[in-house]
Design a protein around this ligand. Sequence first.
Ligand code: FES
Ligand code: FES
Length: 157
Amino acid sequence: MKFNLIINGKEVEIDAPANIRLSVLLSEILNRKSVKHNCGSGQCGFCLILIDDKPIYSCIYPASIAQNKRITTLESITQKSEYLNITKGFQLAEVELCPNCAPARILLTLNHLERNRELTGEMIDNIIESVTCDCTDTKALKEALYLSSNFYEGGHF
Ligand code: FES
Ligand code: FES
């Protein structure tokens, strides 16, 4: 089947199996390395991307219904100052930018910040619950997200 996708503002046409999941199409066929196909069942959140600015788990999202919608992956923001501000918060809190879970977590953080300008405690909990892993210390992660929110707002430390 031929897919017509809009990925990070660019139109992409690609042939793939009709029932392919969006995470597989993005990560394995289109080489978007920030998108991870991990559990494949909507549990871990590593495959989180944005469709029309809303977060979705792409491992349970058929690529066929993503056609002609705006798909956003972390690659769209890694050259922007907002990305640097968010990652600065993680570095100060000494939270590793793990290649498996961090891309989804950072993208979700930026999505909250773009809509609300700052993170509330509820949003921080949502980010932590949406992208889970056993190896991140929750207290340090909360601190990282709090710092990221302040950097996004132009705060000083
Ligand atoms: S890979 Fe999609 S939620 Fe785990
Ligand atoms: S999977 Fe990334 S820190 Fe746990």
